[in-house]
Ligand binder design. Structure first.
Ligand code: UT7
Length: 338
């Protein structure tokens, strides 16, 4: 577990979010549609997860396309041209290709030809990992700004015959522009990151990497799709997100009462309810959109942040808490003064 908050004497200057953006593919896949292809029901999916629909990218729409569209919207809001972007970090577990990084395709698509670009693979916590890297990179003056994006085309890595997983995931992208904070402007107050590789087997895509290349022989096993021990992951998710939230709030010098809006990872409404109960946050102060989009992994918190921002749910000076959990296992939180 690492934890950081600006310390007295530390040379890193505060950073703020200058713009947000998101993009969801047009195609909506409802629970009713899934009822026709796997042995499931709208009732089961809604009562066990809260999910009612998810978005599915077109065949020719890659993760980098979703990421670029979200990124351009964030840049437009920040008033920064693609050509002036210094650093691009894409958080994804569904890259266009294993190499080069999806961020390299994004660099070309948004015309950020002078930017340094790379990916972060931290599953659902990836956007908050990217925020922490950007905070230090921009705060230390190594880059004048950063475009961070969480983007996923999970539909390409789902076994559409496995009811345990296919009902859960969706496609989408969310982005934020990180710049140095001016006097009186918003800033990232604290950030917590954690990893437990001992639990790597609980949630993974077992095939398609160097440990298990896809071959003609193993192709029928669909090893390049998401596999999850749901009940175990659920327990870890509640505990880790609760701890990351409390640690983040404390590191920011705040209490839960100071938090105007909680933006949690959007995997399961029951997980969110368990965290809200333990944190004693008002349920009305929690942003939820998983009913529309399902679990979009690294994109989830980023999309929710953008929607909350554009809906006027966050105003200058508000303290907001972002918290995520995912494969790795990984978890992360960030407390931001808007
Ligand atoms: O984003 C990364 C982090 N991911 C998460 O946080 C996900 C965490 N896990 C979860 O959200 C939940 O564990 C799930 C939603 C994945 C599953 O919910 P659950 O309440 O833990 O169900 P379960 O896996 O214990 O399965 C209960 C039953 C099983 O049947 P039996 O063995 O009791 O007869 C499953 O076969 O529900 C069955 N089931 C389904 N039934 C209808 C599993 N999936 C479905 C389905 N439709 N889609």
């Amino acid at each position: 577990m690492t934890s950081s908050a600006p310390q007295p004497g530390q040379t890193i200057t505060p950073v703020r979010i200058a713009g947000t953006g998101s993009y969801l593919p047009e195609r909506i896949m409802t629970n009713q549609e899934l009822e026709k292809s796997v042995d499931t029901s709208d009732e089961w999916i809604v009562s066990r997860t809260g999910i009612r629909a998810r978005r599915i990218a077109a065949d020719d729409e890659n993760t980098s396309d979703l990421a670029s569209k979200a990124g351009l919207k964030a840049l437009e809001q920040a008033g920064i041209d693609g050509a002036d972007v210094d650093l691009i970090i894409v958080a994804t577990i569904t890259p266009d290709t294993l190499t080069p990084a999806t961020a390299c395709y994004v660099q070309q698509k948004i015309g950020a030809l002078g930017a340094v670009a790379f990916d972060v693979s931290a599953a659902c916590s990836g956007f908050l990992y990217a925020l922490e890297i950007a905070r230090h990179s921009v705060g230390a003056g190594a880059f004048k700004n950063a475009l961070i994006i969480g983007a996923e085309k999970l539909s390409a890595f789902v076994d559409w015959t496995d009811r345990n997983t296919c009902v859960l995931f969706g496609d989408g992208a969310g982005a934020a522009v990180i710049v140095p904070s001016e006097n009186g402007g918003g800033r990232v107050l604290s950030s917590q990151l954690g990893t437990d590789g001992a639990q790597a087997e609980l949630l993974n895509i077992p095939g398609g990497g160097s440990a298990c290349p896809i071959t003609v022989e193993n192709a029928p096993q669909k090893l390049a799709t998401l596999a999850m021990q749901g009940r175990e992951v659920f327990k870890h998710a509640v505990n880790a997100m609760k701890k990351a939230s409390i640690d983040g709030i404390t590191a920011a010098g705040l209490t839960a009462k100071d938090i105007k809006l909680l933006i949690p990872h959007q995997a399961n409404l029951r997980i969110i309810d368990a965290i809200v109960e333990r944190l004693e946050v008002n349920r009305d102060d929690v942003y939820i959109n998983l009913d529309k989009y399902g679990n979009t992994s690294a994109a989830a918190v980023a999309i929710a942040l953008d929607e909350a921002h554009r809906e006027g749910r966050v105003e200058r000076g508000d303290k907001i808490l972002l918290v995520a959990f995912g494969a790795g296992l990984t978890w992360a939180s960030a407390v931001i003064e808007w």
